[in-house]
Write a protein that binds this ligand. Sequence first.
Ligand code: NAD
Length: 469
Amino acid sequence: MTIDTSAIEAIVKKVMESIDDAEEKNIPVVDGQDGLFVDMNNAVEACYAAWQAYYRQPLALRYKVIDSIRKNFSKKEVVETVAAMAVEETGMGNYEDKVMKAYLTAEKTPGMEDLMADCWTGDEGLTLLELSPFGVIGAICPSTNPNETIVNNSIGMLAAGNGVVFAPHPGAIKTSQYCVKLANKAVVEAGGPENLIVSTTEASMENTNILMHHPLVKMMCATGGPGVVKAVLSSGKKAIGAGPGNPPALVDETADVEKAAKDIIDGCTFDNNLPCIAEKEVVVVDQVADYLIFNMKKNGAYEIKDKKTIDALADMVAPDGRVSRDYVGKSAKYIAKAAGLDVPEDTRVLIAECDASHPLVQIELMMPILGIVRVEDVDKGIELACDLEHGNRHTATMHSKNVDSLSKMSKMIQATIFVKNGPSYAGLGIGGEGYPTFTIAGPTGEGLTSAKSFARRRRCVLCGGFDIK
Ligand code: NAD
């Protein structure tokens, strides 16, 4: 999909003017208006009341609610607005990929069809394993996919019969609030109760802590870095943790190297490398390393060769080993300019050969920079790729025609998503089979979350009497 820059700028300008307008007019904040509460306790209580009403309704209502959320969030003007808002507010990612992500989330996130019951029948009767709701879920959202996480979590959590209180990232509060308001409206339009999807007027650690420890909240779901995952796992509640990754792309000597180079660049540059699944570093068998780099350059990579320049780039984007927010989700050209590099107009990613201990390969940078490490053979490559993934069990890609090597890598790395011979986003259902999610729970093991991840397993037993085998 292509849209010219002036059209994007016009959309962004219109959206931001309408928000600034409301702020300047000092429109008083009414607690609970459109699902936004000044007080987190009030937000949780309102959501609890809404959930009680929702859960007692026939399932037909849930189908309508999910359908309405999908319809509202896949309207062209809404997609364009949230994509523009997210780019403008966070300063990260790119509009065109965000448009694609917004459609993907609204249209393809699994709904009620995800909740299949299991059953056993026999001489002793009939037993059902049903998936029922937890109640109110607290969901903490990242700055990197603010709108996608809210829409994706809302569909999955409400399909499973829950209500949800969102704690957005402070850096994406406007985009998040826009989505909460619209989601609320969609629920009500479908005949559901108000406040099934709520949030607060301010994003603060204090609010998040109230949410995590509120007795009416029965499950916490955190999508973000290591800090927030650790926090929800210490909350004493049932928790889903979708944490960081550092996905390696491994290329061996049997790979279709031309295709591997294109796939890696396409995956790495998607939304300026913001997705947690996006390729963050490359490990390549020496025999094909030069040819891979040659082909990466043909696909928009700019290679930095001078060691001093490579180190200076690493110092700029990750001073003292901590990622600088100034460059997260920025384009390769932006980063190159900041680093004083004169790169061609069509540069999509900066690449540099480094050793395995270099920050450009060790750190989850979330920007279109790829450190490349050469290895002697595929076994050494698998070992190193596992090392660089840091045990996150998140995502890895591998380009190879050798089934034994693919199999070995998948077993050793134990990543939640393992893409073979494709770009990482194939793991989200873009050019690969399967459904999308923006909450990939490696640490707690739910994997690619969907409605059933937000449901309890309950056994329902009818003793004797019903068996027609
Ligand atoms: P972040 O960790 O800075 O923030 C995420 C959320 O957690 C925010 O709402 C923030 O306010 C809150 N938070 C942070 N520390 C907290 C703490 N100690 N207690 C309570 N709340 C806390 O993450 P980000 O920069 O917005 O997102 C990028 C990170 O998230 C990357 O590491 C990326 O890999 C990861 N991520 C993972 C997934 C996944 O599905 N596994 C999806 C998106 C992003």
